[in-house]
Design a protein around this ligand. Structure first.
Ligand code: SF4
Length: 500
């Protein structure tokens, strides 16, 4: 149960009847990746203007709230191609409405819309150089930089301008561009954030095939798209009418300065277990992570006359790893049983305001409750996917104790988080991280959490788990666990720094 906020979900579609409805469904499936705002842009020919236009609908809130009026799909968001975005801000203040994506501009090559997932790590440097040249910024988000880079590129063809622009950005960016003629899907050369390509047989005009891209493949399931492959790290894939005829799309490739470093935290916590990420199902990887945890941090042994320990997960993000943990414990000969000891209330939305510590505690209680009959008088092993600040975990542990648990042993299915992320995740500051507050001492953290034992999965164990589940030889970022940042970062950047 991480305190890390997820970042953004993006979805794009080309050559589909009712494109905006498909985008809506896709964004709904990707809601876990961002709950602050949502938006959709489509491309349609305007008979009166005799040119293409890009109608836009966006607002603060969940997808269901922003698109609650069905008429928006039939009267405004027309056309057979479009892009959508769910936002959690990692750059630019969340309250600033101008930061809601997708962004749309009109420039010398026509209309251009953009949806971005990630963080540009040389954003400050780029922004300063634009400001010195007199560029006017409409938003405080780093994503706007892509539009200025494209608009000011000196190449002749639009795609060359886009590729030129992308070569100047560093860091994490999975993008979808919508132009008047195409959908362009991009993953940065490191491949930090996921982006997958899907096919929708018969969803196009006259039964032709439509194509879509999404941050996670769970979005494909809702629109009945078939997963084809990932957009490769550094790939710029152009989906246009010619390419759709025989599924032969043109790809460009961005130069690579820093190797490949896909975000390993996607597997630990961010992505949904029913998604395929980086070419493998999250469910499979997460079970392997649980299995490795059983080797690194088995359950405690109990006296022969004691009932066996029960293993509970912190729902929902830890459920799959816990299943892997218990099955491996059984194989290794540890006598324990999987139980459901915590229940999560899914109807606690972002509207639940928590201005102070007391109400934050109330918020945890509103979100979770204990199953007393399961926990009373038992030795309990709690499995959590990650420990960041540790504040929620501490309250949950207290609740489990109050429910009558005899002992509480905490197992973390990832290594201690020791460094913030600068590649598109909103982490607490270095000083706020639990491991840093206690100088990395597991014993001190154990005491602060109030548990009988505390143990983490090692970095080696996490790497082994991911490698054994996913046989691809592409690399991973683990900087939040190791402090080894694969791309240089501007450490003192804050997400509100460009606010005026
Ligand atoms: S620092 Fe952590 S969260 Fe950020 S990209 Fe790397 S692995 Fe992912």
């Amino acid at each position: 149960m991480s305190h890390i906020k997820e970042y953004c979900g993006i979805f794009g579609i080309f050559n589909a009847e009712s494109a905006s409805r498909h985008i809506y469904l896709g964004l709904h499936a990707l809601q876990h990746r961002g709950q602050e705002s949502a938006g959709i842009v489509t491309s349609v020919f305007d008979e009166a203007l005799e040119r293409r236009v890009m109608p836009t609908h966006k607002g603060n809130g969940l997808v269901l709230d922003v698109f609650r009026k069905p008429s928006v799909f039939t009267t405004k968001l027309l056309g057979t191609s479009g892009i959508g975005h769910n936002r959690y801000s990692t750059s630019g203040a969340s309250h600033n409405r101008s930061n809601i994506q997708p962004f749309v501009v009109h420039y010398r090559d026509g209309n251009l819309a953009l949806a971005h997932n990630g963080n540009i790590s040389n954003a400050r440097e780029l922004r300063t150089s634009f400001i010195e040249r007199g560029t006017l910024f409409q938003t405080t988000s780093d994503s706007e930089l892509f539009l200025h880079l494209v608009a000011q590129a000196t190449r002749r063809k639009q795609i060359d301008k886009i590729v030129d622009a992308l070569t100047q950005a560093e860091g994490a960016f999975s993008l979808v561009f919508l132009t008047d003629r195409s959908l362009i899907a991009v993953r940065d050369p490191n491949g930090f954030r996921p982006l997958a390509l899907g096919r929708m047989e018969g969803a196009g005009q006259d039964g032709s095939t439509a194509y879509c891209v999404a941050s996670e493949t769970c979005a494909f399931d809702l629109v009945r798209a078939e997963y084809i492959r990932d957009i490769e790290p550094g790939e710029v894939l152009v989906i246009d009418s010619e390419g759709c005829e025989n599924e032969n799309f043109t790809s460009y490739h961005l130069g690579r300065n820093f190797g490949i470093s896909q975000c390993i935290f996607e597997y630990v916590y961010f992505s949904r277990p029913d998604s395929i990420i980086f070419g493998e199902t999250v469910d499979k990887v997460r079970r392997k992570i649980g299995k490795e945890l059983a080797h690194d941090a088995p359950p405690p042994s109990v006296a022969p006359d004691e009932p066996r320990p029960i293993v509970i997960s912190v729902p929902d993000s830890s459920n799959t790893a816990t299943l892997g943990y218990v099955s491996e414990c059984e194989k290794l000969g540890y006598d324990c049983r999987y139980e459901i000891g915590l229940i999560r209330n899914h109807y606690v939305g972002r509207t639940f305001i928590s201005p102070g510590q007391d109400s934050r505690e109330q918020q945890v209680r509103s979100k979770f409750n204990t199953v007393v009959g399961v926990l009373r008088d038992r030795v309990v092993v709690m499995v959590d996917d990650s420990l960041v600040r540790g504040t929620t975990a501490r309250q949950l542990i207290d609740m489990v104790r109050r429910a009558g648990a005899k002992e509480v042993h905490f197992r973390v299915a990832s290594p201690p988080v020791v460094s913030p992320c600068f590649y598109g995740m909103d982490f607490p500051s270095y000083e706020e991280l639990l491991a840093n507050k206690h100088g990395g001492s597991v014993e001190e953290m154990r005491q602060w959490l109030g548990v009988d034992s505390l143990a983490y999965l090692s970095i080696d164990g996490l790497t082994r788990a991911v490698r054994s589940a996913n046989d691809s030889n592409l690399g991973y970022c683990n900087a939040c666990f190791s402090s080894n940042y694969p791309v240089p970062v501007e450490m003192d950047v804050t997400k509100e720094e460009n606010e005026w």
